[in-house]
Design a protein around this ligand. Sequence first.
Ligand SMILES: NC(=O)c1ccc[n+]([C@@H]2O[C@H](COP(=O)([O-])OP(=O)(O)OC[C@H]3O[C@@H](n4cnc5c(N)ncnc54)[C@H](OP(=O)(O)O)[C@@H]3O)[C@@H](O)[C@H]2O)c1
Length: 330
Amino acid sequence: MTISDTPVPLRRVGASGLLVSAVGLGCNNFGRPGTKSETLAGTIEVLDAAIDSGVTFLDTADMYGGEPGQSETLMGDALQGRRDRVVLATKFGHPGRDMGYATVGAKTSRSYIRTAVEASLRRLKTDWIDLYQLHVPDADTPIAETISALDDLVAAGKIRYYGHSNMSGWQIAEADFTAADRGSRFISAQNHYSLLARGAEREVLPAVQRFGLGFFPYFPLQNGLLTGKFTREGGPEGSRIMMQRRHVWQNAPWDALERYQAFCDERGITMLAATFGWLLSRPSLSSVIAGATSADQVRSNAAAAAAWTPSAAELATIDELFPLPDDPAA
Ligand SMILES: NC(=O)c1ccc[n+]([C@@H]2O[C@H](COP(=O)([O-])OP(=O)(O)OC[C@H]3O[C@@H](n4cnc5c(N)ncnc54)[C@H](OP(=O)(O)O)[C@@H]3O)[C@@H](O)[C@H]2O)c1
């Protein structure tokens, strides 16, 4: 379901009652060293532009920021007085960063979740989280325990809905069956997905559709590569790709990207519009949670929500440009 009388259309997240802006904001730039939004002033600037242009779905995680927790802390400060104007999603349980919680148990255990949610609520300066996402599946905790702990948080009013991230197809099925036994459900999945990373089409997206989940693609712009501002010769020096993730540019399939640029030029659209248009045409897609490092970027992304809708023939051409790779790990 789509509601289009808002600046950016709203979409339903899977089979739930949650509505989110079809273009969202990935918030892992808040508190990131070297970006404008490392500071509170920079964070406020990006969030002001987002809210004013209808980008009201905000996706963060407890571990984002130069210091773990910093993205949530900056967002909590920046959203004071207007918390109810956004749909706030965060995540818990990433194995790669120690949040410093004095708790026993693995990172999706009952004990850990109870501690993690209180810390996120404190940093975000809010009484509730709209969507609480398990960041990475954890082999040490039975999924039934995680679901039971999340159901308790819903009952206590601390979270409204819960979802997962980085699950494989079979893990999505296991999570759904286990939750259904309790009359509960995960409402969403978040996985790496873009024109240059289509591996989720093998197992994850069919499972997402089968179980009625909403889908949030992460790295939807391939860190900015799919916005049109890079060429074979280089890209903006201040961009994260050039500063920190040069391999994304170095290893890019430039022949295909140049044909993609020509495809956009023939239609008089920007690559940014084509990239958003393609993502928004994907089944089950709820929101494109693109990151942004400036107010202008977030405004351009909001405008891209309705800039171009591909035809079936155009989707087929894009499939030829960026086919599903043979390597199942891609
Ligand atoms: N669940 C997970 O495990 C997981 C993992 C990673 C990310 N995520 C989520 O996915 C979100 C998005 O990831 P991401 O930000 O790393 O990648 P992304 O959305 O693919 O790329 C965003 C970057 O592209 C550039 N950009 C954005 N809009 C632009 C525009 N209109 N014009 C020109 N450049 C533009 C900006 O970088 P520059 O200005 O530096 O060029 C921006 O930071 C994260 O914030 C997070 O919420 C989730």
